[in-house]
Design a protein around this ligand. Structure first.
Ligand code: ACO
Length: 337
């Protein structure tokens, strides 16, 4: 683990990457399985297709591909990394999948670990990684958001199965004198957590003559869609407003609104709240659905690569989801122009 200058106090976001799951599943294909329609899904969510991993595509494959692509954009060798932080709720291994990603990348000098905060995971991880850089204890970090919710969706539950997909995105960040992370706010409220869960099985098994235990395993995703929707349209504008005020930045100064991609109606509601014109709202929901921790770096990477997001642009980002958890970050993209 290489040390950085003890005087480094800033963080520069300079590379992005993403990786896609192998299969494209259309609304019409889902309509053959559950009682739904392309019209219903598109009008309520903005989603047309989502990507689903093939059985042989592991989370670490997606995460490594996204990470490799971010490293290439940053122009870094894998050996120069100090940290690989993997935001995921769907690891290949509950003991942690980040070390497998570290090995696949050849990031031999990096410490690697997972961070779980559902759809807020990427934002929470970005802020966490930034702290190591700000203290001067690390110099380069790769922050990856990757999820395969397809493994835990009840594909016979039309209320939730139409929303989710798989994917990965990554951002390369570096300690810098010129601080690109202008501010952040992170929030949790476990008392409201029952509206969105991927819960452990309630098993009760005999262990020995006088002892029982609970065998590991998970039930499919359980969601109260209306409550999650209300939570998102209340808390996301509030936390963004709070952050903009603390940073003394007006909504008119924002180049891009970069929100967790859960539902186009949520994106539109937040944009309207700040009078941010629709062309400034990054969205790829139509093609990916909700890829949980991957949505923010995935849509960012698309916009960087097609030239919409350029070096120096200011982005207001917010992640939100299960926990409940939510947060916001204001940052300047400093990648290749
Ligand atoms: N196709 C057709 N009909 C459906 C479908 C479907 N896929 N799903 C639900 N319906 C029906 C319902 O059964 C209901 O019928 P009923 O009135 O006969 O009972 C009707 O449509 C209306 O259902 P609502 O739940 O009221 O629909 P709503 O307009 O709220 O849209 C939706 C549902 C899209 C899920 C919305 O509530 C939403 O997007 N919520 C946010 C969900 C979300 O973003 N979750 C992820 C959060 S991030 C994370 O951490 C993973």
């Amino acid at each position: 683990m290489a040390g950085a200058s003890p005087h480094s106090r800033g963080v520069a976001l300079i590379g992005s990457g993403s990786a896609q799951a192998a299969q494209v599943i259309s609304n019409n294909q889902l309509g053959l399985r559950v009682d739904t329609s392309d019209e219903w899904i598109q009008s309520r969510t903005g989603i047309s297709t989502r990507r689903v991993s093939s059985p042989d595509q592991r989370l670490s494959d997606l995460a490594s591909d996204a990470g490799r692509s971010a490293l290439a954009m940053a122009g870094w060798s894998a050996e120069s990394l100090d940290l690989v932080l993997l935001a995921t709720s769907t690891p290949d291994d509950l003991f942690g999948t980040a070390p497998a990603v570290q090995a696949a990348l050849g990031a031999t000098n990096a410490v690697a670990f997972d961070l779980t905060a559902a759809c807020s995971g990427f934002l929470f991880s970005l802020v966490t990684a930034a702290q190591y850089l700000r203290t001067g204890s690390m110099r380069r970090a790769l922050v990856i958001g990757a999820d395969q919710l397809s493994r835990f969706v009840d594909w016979d539950d039309r209320r939730s199965c139409v929303l989710f997909g798989d994917g990965a995105g990554a951002v390369a960040i570096e300690a810098a004198d010129d601080d690109g992370l202008l501010g952040f706010l992170l929030r949790s409220d476990g008392s409201r957590g029952g509206v969105l869960n991927l819960p452990a099985l309630d098993s009760d098994e005999v262990l020995a003559a006088d002892a029982r235990h609970r065998q590991g395993g998970y039930r499919p995703i359980e969601m109260n869609g209306q409550e999650v929707y209300k939570f998102a349209v209340r808390e996301v504008p509030a936390v963004l407003q709070d952050l903009l005020e603390r940073c003394a930045v007006g909504p008119e100064s924002i180049d891009w609104l970069l929100l967790h991609q859960a539902n186009q109606r949520i994106l539109d509601a937040v944009a309207d709240r700040f009078a941010i014109p629709r062309p400034k709202v990054l969205s790829n929901l139509a093609h990916y659905g909700n890829t949980s921790a991957a949505t923010i770096p995935l849509v960012l990477d698309e916009a960087v690569r097609d030239g919409r997001v350029r070096s120096g642009h200011l982005l207001a980002s917010s992640g939100f989801g299960a926990g409940l958890s939510w947060g916001a970050a204001l940052f300047r993209w400093q990648g290749p122009a």
